[in-house]
Design a protein around this ligand. Structure first.
Ligand SMILES: C[S@@+](CC[C@H](N)C(=O)[O-])C[C@H]1O[C@@H](n2cnc3c(N)ncnc32)[C@H](O)[C@@H]1O
Length: 455
């Protein structure tokens, strides 16, 4: 039987906000029916207009505040709330840290796991921290614009100050935008499939100050590539690498696999944990270097590594964790799916005169059983997977080689909790409080370190 929702699209209702979803939306309840409301915080009393009604919930927009939260930040630019850039910008930073702690604690509790969670480690300056930007380019009102998509849409909001990015990256994006305008490069249109430029990628080494610019196109050719490159390099002396990336696919993957070097080297260098790293366009590199050092230091401390031990760094990227732990153990094995990242990792080992690390390009879930077959018995396994978490086959073969510890660096608490439950069934249990580290201030993303031990 179809039950009618007690709210109607277009109508306004007064509700108290009782919670904040993991996406940062305030939750109001009207006659037992949830309304998810952008820019509303727990404890607030608001008048909301319903903008969409689903079977079991609805979405609303704030029309009026009757009471505001003491945790609210006033005088913010609301366009950041509408985009994915800074959806928590309206929440004071200590409350953001508490929100992230509570999300992790709540998920473990819901799963029936008794796990303690420490307070989230935050940043002194929780903005302008990102060392990388991948900015969509679109035609808006007849002009090429750079900005950010409105949440759940491909509608571009033109933005010049991205707030959470290194300001030098913002400046570089503007320079590139103006040059693309000058040479009348047409932005790619997802509906008509016409046009050239899809997005601009800028990465800046926090320590090295070297900048890489990636121009991602839907077409094989970038008209005026030479002139554009010269103009970028002339205007931005920190630019050490300009790459044309061709992405012919029509999906949400931002970078294509084909690169054409337009200027300098196909990589930049940066320093992290006292080591030098070479970073290619397609390789993953943590976006918040200040917090990454804290994150890695906690993971390394919790692992209690010893000189006679073997460690595995699964999902190793360009080898940042592998090379940071190499000096504490006898040998490290690293695996990563992106071949270019493994090439970088191998060079990074050489650059830092480290010779007890072996890197291999493969899927971690395929490599783990191979290592097991070849008799590699790690004492500690570090995992740092993408948001989807670990594959079942990885968990099984990791547990089968009986490491003492598994140090799990997670960027999504829901998959972390799912994987911890699977490890529990195989005899691994969380022995220390989970430590969230805020890698992404002003956003809803949550990073944490969890240690599992064999019992
Ligand atoms: C969150 S990043 C961590 C990288 C690295 N540990 C660091 O801190 O810079 C996850 C990495 O896993 C890689 N990856 C994704 N799926 C994978 C898989 N199935 N097997 C191995 N690596 C994978 C990604 O390319 C990315 O480099």
């Amino acid at each position: 039987m179809k039950v009618k929702a007690p709210v109607q699209q277009g109508q306004a209702y007064r509700v108290k906000i009782v919670n904040l979803t993991y996406q940062g939306l305030g939750v109001g309840i009207y006659k037992d029916f949830p309304i998810f409301i952008n820019n509303a915080l727990p404890g607030e009393d608001v008048l909301t207009r319903i903008i969409r009604v689903k079977r079991h919930f609805s979405f609303g927009k704030v029309l009026k505040f009757y009471q505001q939260s003491p945790d609210r930040v006033h005088s913010i630019d609301e366009k950041y709330l509408q985009t994915g850039i800074a959806p928590l910008e309206h929440l004071k930073y200590p409350a953001q840290l508490k929100f992230k702690h509570d999300q992790v604690a709540e998920l473990f509790k819901k799963a029936g796991l008794k796990v303690q969670v420490k307070p989230t480690i935050g940043m002194k300056k929780p903005y302008q921290y990102r060392n990388k930007a991948q900015i969509p380019v679109k035609m808006v009102k007849g002009q090429l614009e750079t900005g950010f998509y409105k949440r759940h849409s491909h509608y571009l909001v033109p933005i010049t100050d991205f707030y959470i990015q290194d300001p030098k990256i913002d400046q570089t994006i503007l320079v590139v935008r103006n040059i693309l305008r000058k040479y009348q490069i047409v932005p790619y249109n997802e509906r008509t499939h016409r046009g050239v430029i899809r997005n601009v990628m800028v990465r800046r080494g926090r320590k090295s100050h070297q900048i890489m610019v990636g121009l991602v196109t839907r077409s094989k050719k970038l008209p005026h590539a030479e002139e554009i490159t010269k103009a970028i390099v002339d205007k931005c002396p920190e630019v050490k690498s300009v790459i044309h990336n061709i992405n012919l696919r029509d999906n949400n993957v931002l970078l294509g696999t084909k690169n054409r070097l337009l200027y300098g080297k196909p990589y930049i260098d940066d320093q992290l944990m006292g080591l030098t790293f070479r970073i290619s366009l397609n390789a993953f590199y943590q976006v918040n270097p200040v917090q990454t050092q804290k994150l890695y230091s906690i993971a390394i401390k919790e692992a209690q590594l010893k000189p006679n031990q073997i460690a595995i760094d699964a999902y190793c990227g360009i080898g940042t964790i592998s090379l940071s732990i190499a000096k504490y153990v006898k040998r490290v094995y690293g695996v990563e799916i992106v071949p270019q990242a493994i090439k970088d990792a191998k060079v990074n080992a050489k650059l830092n005169h480290i010779d007890n690390v072996k890197f291999v390009a493969n899927r971690a879930e395929d490599q783990m059983p191979l290592w097991a077959k070849h008799g590699i018995r790690p004492d500690v396994i570090f995992v740092d997977p993408p948001r989807k978490g670990l594959a079942e086959s990885f968990i099984k073969s990791a547990a089968s080689v009986k490491p003492k510890k598994i140090v799990y660096i997670s960027c999504k608490p829901a998959t972390l909790v799912r994987d911890v439950r699977r490890f529990n069934q195989l005899g691994y249990h969380v022995t220390q409080p989970v430590q969230p580290v805020d890698q992404f201030p002003q956003t809803v993303q949550i990073e944490s370190v969890t240690v599992l031990e064999r019992k």
